[in-house]
Write a protein that binds this ligand. Structure first.
Ligand SMILES: [Zn+2]
Length: 380
């Protein structure tokens, strides 16, 4: 068993885990104070008024899209990943609202085969036009290479960075398709627990000012890479579409979504599991984070689920005990992580050496080693 005194008695966060310390009662900061936040994790609480306004807004958008039906080629673009949520969103628009969306997938070059299979299965059953943007894979590879090999923070998870940078690039590519086709709305199927940066709508200001990262001006990148982001021309001449996250306001239950996509044969049974459709980049970043910091970003998310449902604590502790040593030693998605590291020009050996050198310079070094040993000892 993991020694009880080193894990928060209320959730599942270990003592010494990046930015987490247990108090004298053996409880972490997040459990002791519901408003606590740090650089890696904060809970977004959306008040009733804001939620109410978003629902009204969404109903107006549906009306406008319905009014445009048959007057324009497409009423909206759907960012379509092949995961259960964007699949269910397509079904809702086409079969529930009788609309004609354009599905756009940006192939990062790192999509899982299951996600690709899901797309094929779904498109054979839903009548919808689909664009697969494929000529951007080298830009994603350069971006990952740069971020993985130059992550120098002592306190922010690589996963935090990767997912933000990557989704900004994916969003840019999809929004550019909407601009090119003069489509006024872009919809993404983020589930309601994914309210980390945005609620319901990504503000235009963010789209214009924040998506294009400063690092893209680094000589590692060229003009072709820069053109994946919104250019001055896009901003000045095109109408920037509104980018909406409808699941933040329409009723959402994960079981219902899985049932729907499986019963309509869009996605084969068992293939809706996010662990399978999650990209391998995240698995590699998780491998880095655990070895570098002794923790992973998902632990915050699981801890939050435990706070909401204390009965699930045992289950998550068991998961932690089984999965943690596997991630630490790259036995979880081993081949995928190795392949990813090779694609960005390194190897597991070189990568661990880089991590080791970084830990040597980290003031939290001893704490990191302690917590890693705590999980290593779990192996039978
Ligand atoms: Zn806690």
């Amino acid at each position: 068993m993991i020694e009880q005194q080193s894990i928060c008695g209320n959730c599942i966060l270990p003592d010494g885990f990046l930015g987490v310390h247990l108090n004298l009662d053996g409880v972490c900061e997040f459990c002791a104070n519901p408003d606590h936040k740090n650089v890696n994790w904060s809970r977004s609480i959306i008040n009733t008024e804001r939620r109410q306004n978003a629902i009204i807004d969404w109903n107006n958008i549906i009306l406008k899209m319905a009014n445009n039906h048959r007057k324009v080629k497409y009423e909206c673009v759907v960012g379509y990943s092949g995961g259960k949520d964007s699949t269910a969103l397509l079904d809702y628009l086409v079969n529930g609202l009788d609309l004609k969306p354009l599905a756009v997938t940006s192939d990062t070059g790192y999509m899982t085969n299951i996600a690709k299979e899901n797309i094929k299965d779904t498109l054979s059953k839903i009548q919808v036009d689909h664009i697969m943007v494929e000529n951007v894979a080298t830009t994603f590879t350069k971006l990952y290479r740069y971020l993985f090999l130059n992550h120098k923070s002592n306190d922010i998870f690589l996963t935090r960075y990767i997912c933000d940078y990557c989704s900004d690039l994916i969003h840019s590519i999809i929004v550019k398709e909407a601009i090119k086709n003069e489509i006024p709305y872009v919809l993404f199927g983020y589930s309601p627990d994914q309210i980390f940066r945005y609620f319901f709508e990504i503000p235009q200001e963010e789209i214009i000012r924040k998506w294009r990262p400063e690092i893209i001006d680094n000589p590692t990148f060229d003009d072709k890479d820069r053109k994946c982001y919104l250019t001055e021309e896009d901003i000045n001449h095109g109408r920037i579409p509104r980018v909406i996250l409808p699941y933040h306001v329409i009723p959402y239950r994960e079981e219902d979504v899985i049932n729907l996509v499986e019963s309509k044969n869009y996605i084969k049974k068992g293939h809706a599991d996010p662990l399978l459709t999650n990209c391998n980049v995240v698995h590699a970043a998780t491998f880095y984070d655990f070895n570098r910091y002794g923790g992973i970003l998902y632990a915050y998310q699981y801890a939050e689920l435990v706070r909401q449902n204390p009965q699930s604590r045992k289950k998550w502790l068991r998961t932690l005990r089984i999965v943690a040593p596997l991630i630490l030693e790259n036995k979880f998605k081993e081949q995928e992580v190795i392949e990813f590291l090779e694609k960005i020009g390194t190897s597991p050996f070189e990568f661990l050496k880089l991590i080791h050198n970084q830990i040597e310079k980290d003031p939290n070094k001893s704490q990191i080693e302690t917590i890693k040993n705590l999980f290593r000892k779990r192996r039978r």
